[in-house]
Design a protein around this ligand. Structure first.
Ligand code: ZN
Length: 325
């Protein structure tokens, strides 16, 4: 497989991937590293290459391109434009808008928007890893477009924490450490966040149980929904926002509040307005940026490339899994 650490700038990336053939070659090498091409339709092995660049499965007899099952499947755009899009998105801290991307890649804005939607699928949060140690939990309400609506269109009694016009989002953040290149121990935090139906105990606590290991220390605000976490086997500590001006030792939720500001900045700085339908995807993007912020651009690009050629899970499937838990 290609060593992506060479591509630490756009020029080196575009000089290497200068044709669809080279891009496809990289995809084939990465997908089937041992040279054993597997049929995406039936799972059959020993597929043979055809003259037109596709493969033929000896088992089911179907022809397929190396793009089947990747985010590039059925695309009419040159693959290099996808690679550049992934590179730009992974290297810009606040993301890239579809307007900007359409200008940078010289494509229509609707193509750019479609591309961004596909690329965002790569940010889906996996549900295999759980948090441990000290974990901050917090909830926010995103949205509130009421003020832009005409008076007659506004929903009555919707000030503050109302789910009538705002969407509740729940987040968990693990405080951890890692050893940097210089051999020093640095603090790092990892976050997970989801759109939730509401911020009731019955909604939030099963999510905590799914994603935070038993015995961990959980720090929350005073919301009633967190009552009873101690009985579930957690060491639960509550931040008293009302009583103290300063955080009490390390009992604070400032780290996850930092993530919420990062998220809000991303929304206002780049995407302006986010419909509920797409909110989870923007959250996933912000989570990905946060969790990989100590990684280099080439590491992030390499990670995105790897995900782009695998089968991608939709966020909605993850969310359905959550609600069923
Ligand atoms: Zn087959």
């Amino acid at each position: 497989m290609i060593d992506f650490s060479h591509f630490d700038n756009l020029i080196s990336l575009t000089s290497y991937f200068n044709s669809d053939r080279i891009c496809k070659q990289a995809i084939v090498e990465a997908r089937w590293a041992d040279g054993d091409v597997v049929c995406p339709y039936c799972g059959g092995h020993h597929c043979v290459p055809r003259k037109d660049g596709k493969f033929r499965c000896k088992h089911c007899g179907r022809n397929f391109s190396c793009l089947v099952g990747t985010i590039f499947e059925n695309t009419k755009l040159p693959l290099i434009k996808w690679f550049v899009a992934m590179y730009l998105i992974s290297s810009h801290k606040k993301g890239v808008s579809s307007h900007q991307l359409s200008r940078d890649l010289h494509i229509t804005q609707s193509s750019a928007w479609y591309m961004l939607q596909k690329i965002r699928l790569l940010y889906s949060q996996d549900d295999a890893t759980s948090f441990e140690g000290t974990v901050e939990c917090d909830e926010v309400y995103i949205g509130g477009k009421e003020k832009w609506k005409h008076k007659s269109m506004r929903t009555p009694h919707t000030q503050g924490r109302s789910t009538k016009t705002k969407t509740p989002v729940f987040g968990m953040m693990e405080r951890g450490e890692f050893v940097n290149a210089k051999g020093e121990v640095e603090n790092i935090t990892y976050v997970r966040a989801f759109v939730v139906e509401n911020t009731n105990k019955a909604t939030l606590q099963p999510i905590i149980q799914q994603f935070v290991d038993n015995g961990s220390r959980i720090i929350t605000d005073e919301l009633n929904a967190y009552n009873g976490l101690s009985e579930l086997g957690y060491c639960h500590e509550v931040v008293n926002h009302g009583a103290a001006e300063y955080a009490d030792g390390d009992v604070f939720t400032n780290s996850i509040e930092g993530f919420w500001s990062h998220f809000r900045r991303m929304i206002t700085g780049c995407y302006h307005d986010v419909s509920d339908e797409h909110l989870q995807q923007y959250i996933d993007e912000a989570v990905y940026r946060w969790n990989t912020r100590k990684a280099s651009e080439t590491e992030r690009f390499s990670d995105m490339f790897t995900k782009s050629i695998g089968l991608v899970r939709k966020w909605s499937e993850i969310r359905v899994g959550l609600m069923a838990a």
